[in-house]
Ligand binder design. Sequence first.
Ligand code: URA
Length: 233
Amino acid sequence: MKLARHIANLGYGTRREVLAMFADARITDVAGARLYADDVAPHASIRIDGEALDAPPGFVAMLHKPVGHTCSLRDAGRLVHDLLPPRWRRRKPLVSMVGRLDRDTSGLLLLTDDGQLLHRIISPRAGVAKTYQVQLARDLRGDEAPLFASGRLMLESETTPLAPADLEVLAPREARLTIREGRYHQVRRMFAATGNHVEALHRSAVGRLTLGELAPGAWRLLDADEIARIFDG
Ligand code: URA
């Protein structure tokens, strides 16, 4: 693809704005040699004002979503999008969140511009594991693990039972829950179905991918090994 289009698709500006950047000689190769709008060059070799470009198309990133940010573009209040580079909103293909987390849920949120990969991750058939740390308002009753594992739990206003989920009790009011589907407010509703209430919810892993040292509010790109880890476990 010609450079003017490639750079415009990365969200650096309209085609006209990008052409103006070429005219101002702001776009160069790694050695500082001027590049032109109709050139074709490897993504990694392009610099704008001496800076490397944002991630190439087909990227996957993870964000450590803090509590209080909404996964929507339009809500009043703090948005997940405010934590991401503004340029990403103008990229083609679009950058999408892979599923959502509630405003009051923190943890691992994936983002990608790769539509096929997004569908592979959220497809119920893929059954990608999502692991949550759960703090509860009341002590666990003791029968939650077999109930969640049974594949027979029916949530209110649903017509099909939940797929088996794996509950590990960590303390009387603390548990780790792994689910393989993504129904609306699923974890909160599962505990509500047992007469409990989720006080704090944190997604700690997707497949075998974890946040590691990523601080709340921070994001980073994933490499191929990390992307493969999403489908493990
Ligand atoms: N389940 C919930 O209830 N909320 C989330 O954000 C994710 C899973």
